[in-house]
Design a protein around this ligand. Sequence first.
Ligand code: AHG
Ligand code: MN
Ligand code: MN
Length: 355
Amino acid sequence: MLHVVLRMIIKTIFGYRKGNMMNGMTLTQFIIEEQRRVAGASGEFTGLVNDVVTACKVISNAVNKGALIGVLGSAGSENIQGETQKKLDVIANDVMIRSTQWAGHVAAMASEEMDDIYPIPPQYPRGKYLLLFDPLDGSSNIDVNGSVGTIFSVLRCPEGVSRPTAADFLQPGVSQVCAGYAVYGPSTMIVLTFGHGVNGFTLDRDVGEFVLTHPDMQVPADTQEFAINASNERFWEPPVRRYVEECQAGKAGVRGKDFNMRWVAAMAVEVHRILLRGGVFMYPKSTAESAGAGKLRLMYEVNPMSFIIEQAGGMSSTGRERVMELQPEALHQRVPVILGSRNEVERIVEYHQAG
Ligand code: AHG
Ligand code: MN
Ligand code: MN
């Protein structure tokens, strides 16, 4: 018995080392090597991504310490969406600003937690990028020690614009230069795309670096898992209702197979699961008079996640159109979203087309 346990421990240690040696590139090295692939790249973009990565490390540390440093609970304020801000929403927002505003890579920022855009203060040089973020995604999980994340998107500041306004941010998802998210779970991870594939990095806290652990992530095309907040069922449109009912019918129904359901209530974490084992995530259009467009925000939640999902071979739609081609109308605009495994999302889009 003892030698079986010992063998397992040795296998775990050496297996871990072997995996690390194979993938061992740090995120810093990865970004610099990406930069070398782009002729004439100035390093500005590399610097920006590095600053965002630093911000995620700081947020990870605060999330990790939790009650020990008094960061749980409500901040007692509301954001523009009328949601009560958690202390960590406000802290994470400040960390993102402080980590990225000084270096001269960004012209302006926009965040879920700020009503208006944040221009770079006059004491700092302005760069050529626009940074958008949801500093803490799934913040209702914070007080119950559930997983949360950070989502970000990078756009180019339009040519010739030195003082960007909110209108300069209203670019479709296809214009994104980079998108990524961090997940603060049992491990802290960052998953990134620069428009050619998706790579995942795990934070090695002892070294203080993110290490490439999930190269070239791909969303499986088929799945037997879906994620939707079923408490809203009475507000779903018929195509979504049909899809979910068919999943629930399992083997005996038209799908001929059983499905499982998950709801983490943090989009970044749901998308991460879908990248690893497939699935569909839906926050669809609501027929409730007060809701309408859906819940999630186009510019700093749905667009970056759609970019990542598409780059990993998945699909993202409102049910009626490709998310990435939507022309944004407002900074905090909400849109319906159905994303994940290609064959399932295609099926749901067909259900919408069928009326
Ligand atoms: P945030 O904490 O940034 O406001 O985002 C939460 C979002 C999203 O990540 C998640 O999928 C959804 O809201 C959860 O909504 P429910 O409250 O309907 O579970
Ligand atoms: Mn969010
Ligand atoms: Mn948030």
